[in-house]
Ligand binder design. Structure first.
Ligand SMILES: Nc1nc2c(ncn2[C@@H]2O[C@H](COP(=O)(O)OP(=O)(O)OP(=O)(O)O)[C@@H](O)[C@H]2O)c(=O)[nH]1
Ligand SMILES: [Mg+2]
Length: 321
């Protein structure tokens, strides 16, 4: 390609806040382009400034709508906000978010806001790996806050929301199960709990159920932080300032306390393991084809057992780089 700009060249432009370079490098990170690996290594070393906020909750709980409201409030002091939505059905497109079109399209033309949707199946070599690379790029590009929205259905998605400084778990009334967070294993991971749609009369029940579950579980809070449960409504505006205030307060916990450092250590470990998994899986997929037919034959004729052959297949894929 004549006009292919090497990824390492893009890094300088990303650092300068060139959004075209940001988009290009993000696409390469998402696709797992090998050529981008050195560039992403350089990016990683330059990270550490942005406040990364994970937000998760079952589909339709109001995550994207909240992200829009949070973003507007964070923008008030000039902070730049990057949004990464890990969800193919996420209604972010061209800066517009359904349910709040007018105000979000204002955000969409705001150069201080960058919205990127990642398809869960588009990322080669691991969703977690790709999502965290994208967060890094936005960090280095100068976004003060990077919000990572993942739909709380699979373990992977929930884990990604946890790989942040501050995790928000959204529950909503009227979605069948009263406390969806329990079912999805999300109760314990929250630094901030939100019950959205508090303009609905059935929200009270969701709020009280969640609060009593938290008392029973008594988890997540430490000496420095007590996990708040915040009721919000984008209709009345209730709780939105309180939520943004909690995010800002938790940022200080994340950056300035032992609890925060411990958390970042867990995130680093998660990242190391997820990246290793992604590399392993990638190599395995690339290499296995060569021996698959031969090993299948050996399995079929019962010359070898499936465990021995599978191990051999893995060994083969690790030998070559
Ligand atoms: N009444 C009411 N409806 C809300 C509120 N917040 C969001 N909604 C509605 O809830 C629906 C889902 O909102 P989204 O923000 O798309 O939810 P989401 O969690 O991002 O959904 P997915 O990305 O599909 O998982 C939309 O129809 C919103 O308009 C609220 O505070 N009150
Ligand atoms: Mg959404």
């Amino acid at each position: 390609m004549a006009n292919y700009i090497p990824s390492t060249t893009l890094v300088e432009r990303v650092r300068a806040g060139d959004m075209r370079a940001v988009s290009r490098l993000i696409s390469r990170a998402e696709a797992g382009v090998a050529e981008a690996r050195d560039a992403l290594a350089e990016i990683y070393r330059a990270t550490g400034r942005a406040h990364v906020v994970g937000i998760t909750g079952v589909p339709g709980s109001g995550k994207s709508t909240l992200v829009g409201k949070i973003t507007q409030r964070l923008r008030a002091d000039g902070s730049k906000v990057g949004i990464v939505a890990v969800d193919p059905s996420s209604p972010y497109s061209g800066g517009a978010i359904l349910g709040d079109r007018i105000r979000m399209s204002e955000l969409g033309t705001d150069p201080g806001v960058y919205i990127r949707s990642m398809a869960t199946h588009g990322a080669t070599g691991g969703l977690a790996r790709a999502a965290m690379d994208v967060v890094d790029i936005l960090d280095v590009a100068g976004f003060d806050t990077v919000i990572l929205e993942t739909v709380g259905v699979g373990q992977d998605e929930v884990e990604i929301a946890r790989a942040s400084h501050t995790t928000i778990v959204v529950s909503a009334p009227g979605l069948g199960d009263e406390i969806q967070a329990i079912k999805a294993g999300m109760l314990e991971i929250a630094d901030i709990h939100v019950v959205s749609k508090c303009d609905r009369s059935d929200a009270i029940r969701t709020l009280t159920d969640l609060k009593s579950m938290l008392v029973l579980g008594a988890r997540g809070s430490g000496a420095d932080w007590r996990v708040p449960v915040i009721g919000t409504s984008v209709v009345s505006g209730e709780g939105l300032d309180e939520l943004v205030d909690a995010i800002r307060r938790h940022k200080r916990i994340a950056f300035d306390t032992e609890m925060g450092r411990l958390r970042q250590r867990q995130v680093a470990e998660f990242r190391l393991l997820k990246t290793a998994e992604a590399i392993l899986a990638e190599r395995f997929v690339q290499q296995r084809a060569q021996k698959t037919a031969e090993y299948t034959e050996r399995l079929l004729t019962r010359r070898d057992d499936p465990y021995a052959l599978a191990s051999a297949l893995i060994e083969d894929s690790l030998k070559t780089d």
